[in-house]
Design a protein around this ligand. Structure first.
Ligand SMILES: NC(=O)c1ccc[n+]([C@@H]2O[C@H](COP(=O)([O-])OP(=O)(O)OC[C@H]3O[C@@H](n4cnc5c(N)ncnc54)[C@H](OP(=O)(O)O)[C@@H]3O)[C@@H](O)[C@H]2O)c1
Length: 245
């Protein structure tokens, strides 16, 4: 039985990853800011998989959030052997000629929080020969997304590549999953069907399989990779977009 932290997991990809892990017998630690929707998500995980998820209500953008999170897990006697850094996305005001404050917020959301979490739980991961997965984006490779998002996800790739050989010395494996446009209810592109149907259609036409990747598909893929339990994946950045580029 392994504990697996999945950040930002009351809905979207994080929720699907938590479900996929629970199906395999791991105990996901799920997080989000809204207490009600997080406890609803924990109930859904229980009803889908028959297994418990541990909900921790937290806003990772707050000062000292990672330390608070660590203390909460220690109170529950939880040492994670898997960390899925899924928290991320575009922040408000992320557009051309980016404001420096917006850039900092994007860096915090897509990069810094994940690094803080890895650092604070590193001793646990070392003891358990743990694995860290970061959820990046193919936007980090083709640079056409909003600037703060593109820059912070590209920096995340550099962090993974740089950390991998160092972490390996301590028996910790780190790799990145880079999804293309995600398909789940309420996702950014799902909302675009109504708000900007032309842009939605253009993106769909560019997708080789004429569909976007389902979040549940990405989740199953990650869990299968974790199941292989091979450190040879260390440092990999794996695109999951159906071959769009
Ligand atoms: N969507 C896409 O098309 C796409 C494509 C490629 C890569 N990705 C990447 O995939 C990952 C997941 O994306 P997604 O679209 O599934 O995300 P999402 O649906 O926007 O995720 C929302 C989740 O994050 C939580 N959350 C948001 N801000 C938080 C904060 N400050 N502290 C704690 N929890 C917070 C939300 O709960 P609360 O609201 O209750 O806090 C909710 O559980 C991200 O890293 C994203 O960059 C997404």
């Amino acid at each position: 039985m392994r504990y697996a932290i999945v950040t930002a997991s009351s809905r979207g990809l994080g929720f699907e990853i938590a479900v996929a892990l629970a199906k395999k017998g791991d105990i996901p630690v799920i997080t989000g800011r809204n207490e009600l929707s997080l406890s609803e998500s924990a109930k859904k995980i229980k009803s889908i998989t028959g297994r418990e998820a541990l909900p921790v209500v937290i806003d990772f953008l707050e000062e000292d959030a990672s330390k608070f999170f660590y203390d909460e897990l220690k109170k529950m006697n939880v040492s994670p052997s898997i960390i899925i850094n899924n928290l991320g996305g575009a922040v408000a005001g992320d557009k051309r000629n980016i404001d420096i404050k917006v850039l900092r917020e994007a860096m915090r959301l897509n990069l810094e929080v994940g690094i803080e979490i890895n650092n604070i739980f590193f001793e646990d991961l070392k003891k358990l020969s743990g694995t860290i997965v970061h959820i990046g984006s193919t936007a980090s490779l083709h640079y056409d997304a909003p600037p703060g998002y593109t820059i912070s996800k590209s920096a995340l790739n550099a962090y993974i590549k740089n950390a991998a050989p160092n972490f390996a010395r301590d028996g910790v494996c780190i790799f990145g999953i880079l999804p293309g446009i995600l398909d789940h209810e309420g996702s950014a592109f799902d909302s675009m069907k109504i708000s900007n149907p032309d842009r939605y259609q253009k993106a769909l036409d560019a997708a080789p399989y004429r569909r976007f990747v389902k979040s549940s598909e990405v989740a199953e893929y990650i869990v299968k990779l974790l199941d292989v339990n091979s450190p040879m994946i260390n440092g990999s950045l794996i695109k999951v977009d159906g071959g769009t580029d």
